[in-house]
Write a protein that binds this ligand. Structure first.
Ligand code: OFO
Length: 163
């Protein structure tokens, strides 16, 4: 059985994963609008992945017999200055998500909720991969650059990334 505190945090995480999905979907729309089809494809696929992160927590809550609750989901930004700004934001966003997951792990341990602690291990590993992935995109942008044909090459590279 989940404590009130852990249930609250898990439901907050459900809402955050929804927001992550909407944020990446919105970013993919911007990329598509700008003709950056590789980045649009990557971000759209990532939006779908975030929905699976949401669903996993939603199901876990339900499996414990508690009530999963979807709260108000913030509106994502619509305008971006550049492709670099998008990926700086995604990286920052993922580090924020990591902090949230770590906080949840801390609470689960403190409350001796080993079931939730065990459940969260998947997210700990996933956040490691997500930070690595988004950092690698920022590295590509810095190495190749976005001047001239650089933007085309970076976009193509991003489109070839597997999640
Ligand atoms: Fe991008 O990992 Fe979930 O939010």
């Amino acid at each position: 059985m989940l404590s009130e505190n852990i249930l609250l945090k898990l439901n907050t995480q459900v809402t955050l994963e929804f927001f992550s999905s909407n944020l990446y979907l919105q970013m993919s729309a911007w990329c598509n609008y700008k003709g950056l089809n590789g980045s649009a494809k990557f971000l759209r696929a990532h939006a779908a992945e975030e929905m699976s992160h949401m669903q996993k927590i939603f199901d876990y809550i339900q499996d414990t017999g508690a009530l999963a609750i979807i709260k108000t989901i913030d509106k994502p930004e619509v305008e971006f200055d550049s492709l670099k700004e998008i990926f700086v934001q995604t990286y920052k966003h993922e580090t924020m998500i990591t902090d949230q997951i770590n906080e949840l792990v801390d609470i689960a341990l403190y409350e001796k909720d080993y079931s939730t602690f065990n459940f969260l291990q998947w997210y700990v590993a996933e956040q490691h991969e997500e930070e690595k992935l988004f950092k690698s995109i920022l590295d590509k942008i810095d190495i190749i650059g976005l001047e001239g044909r650089g933007l085309f090459m970076v976009d193509r590279e991003i489109g070839n990334l597997t999640l």
